[in-house]
Write a protein of this length. Structure first.
Length: 264
C-alpha cells in the first residue's frame, strides 16, 4: 500500500508564541530563524552580561534573601532569564504600530496602549511625509526551491519611489543581517493571497527598512539584490547544517569511564 502524498501547498502553522511553515508537507526554514546561521559578534553577550550585572548589584539583598530561602538554583535561573525578559518587554510590533497609525491619520478614534503612543506618532510622521498606499500587509511568502518561508511586513506604493517592500523595525538599532532577511522576502517565489491561494511573488522596485522610533522614524534603503540573497542562502545553509537541533553538540559523545583494575 503506497503512502499518501504530502499535502500540497504552503501553510503557516501558528502556535501560542511562535509560528512555523510547511511547504508541500515538509517543514520549511523560517526566514528569521535562518538568520541564526550568521556568526554573531559579542554585542548581544555584552548586553546580556550588563543586564544581569546591573540587576544583581541593584537587588543584591533581594537575591540574598532568595538564595537563603530557596538555594542557589532558583536565583541562577532567574538571572539567566533576565535578558530574555527585558528583550520581550521592550518588543514593539511594527505591524501593530502601522495599523494604529493609519487609523490615527484618518482621524478615527482609537485606543492606543500607552507604551505604543510614541511609536504611533513616529509612524504617523512617516505617513504624512511619504503618503504611502498599502498594497499588502503581513504577507506570507515562500520559496520551494530553497525550502524557506516567512511573513513580510508590507508592500507599499510610495510616490517617487514606486512599489516597494517595507520591513518595520522598532529595535534600538538597524543591523546588517536585516538586509538578508529583506532579500529572502524579495526573492521568494510565491505569496499567499487573502484566500490562502498561491500567487507569483510581487516584483518591487526597491526595498526599505522603516525604523520606527518614539516620535520619529528613518526610511533606510536596503541592498536586497542577488548578492544579498546569496548571503542569506549561505546563512540558511549554515543554520540547517550546524545550528538546527543543536547539530554540532550532537557530534560530541559522553566522556569515557576512567579505567579501573588492570586497565589502569
Amino acid at each position: 500500500m503506497s503512502k499518501p502524498s504530502p499535502r500540497k501547498g504552503i501553510v503557516r502553522v501558528d502556535y501560542p508564541n511562535y509560528h512555523r511553515y510547511r511547504i508541500d508537507g515538509r517543514w520549511a526554514v523560517g526566514v528569521t530563524t535562518a538568520l541564526k546561521g550568521i556568526p554573531k559578534d559579542d554585542a548581544l553577550k555584552r548586553w546580556s552580561a550588563r543586564v544581569v550585572a546591573e540587576h544583581a548589584v541593584a537587588n543584591i539583598y533581594d537575591l540574598k534573601r532568595m538564595i537563603d530561602r530557596d538555594g542557589n538554583g532558583p536565583a541562577i535561573s532567574y538571572l539567566k532569564e533576565l535578558p530574555n525578559q527585558r528583550r520581550d518587554e521592550a518588543k514593539v510590533r511594527g505591524t501593530e504600530v502601522h495599523a494604529l497609525a493609519e487609523r490615527y491619520i484618518k482621524g478615527d478614534e482609537i485606543q492606543v496602549p500607552e507604551h505604543l503612543e510614541p511609536y504611533v506618532r513616529g509612524y504617523a510622521a512617516y505617513i504624512e511625509d511619504w503618503n504611502p498606499t498599502t498594497v499588502h500587509e503581513e504577507l506570507t511568502v515562500a520559496s520551494r526551491t530553497h525550502l524557506y518561508a516567512g511573513t513580510l511586513d508590507s508592500i507599499q506604493d510610495i510616490p517617487g519611489l514606486g512599489r516597494v517592500l517595507v520591513d518595520y523595525k522598532t529595535s534600538g538599532g538597524v543591523y546588517g543581517e536585516y538586509a538578508l532577511q529583506c532579500a529572502a522576502y524579495r526573492h521568494a517565489e510565491v505569496y499567499l493571497d487573502a484566500d490562502g491561494d498561491e500567487q507569483p511573488m510581487i516584483p518591487v522596485d526597491a526595498v526599505f527598512i522603516l525604523h520606527i522610533q518614539p516620535d520619529d522614524y528613518a526610511l533606510i534603503p536596503v541592498q536586497a539584490d542577488d548578492a544579498a540573497f546569496a548571503a542569506y542562502l549561505t546563512a540558511q545553509a549554515n543554520y540547517v547544517t550546524n545550528v538546527q537541533s543543536r547539530k554540532l553538540e550532537k557530534l560530541l559523545g559522553a566522556p569515557l569511564a576512567r579505567p579501573v583494575g588492570d586497565a589502569a
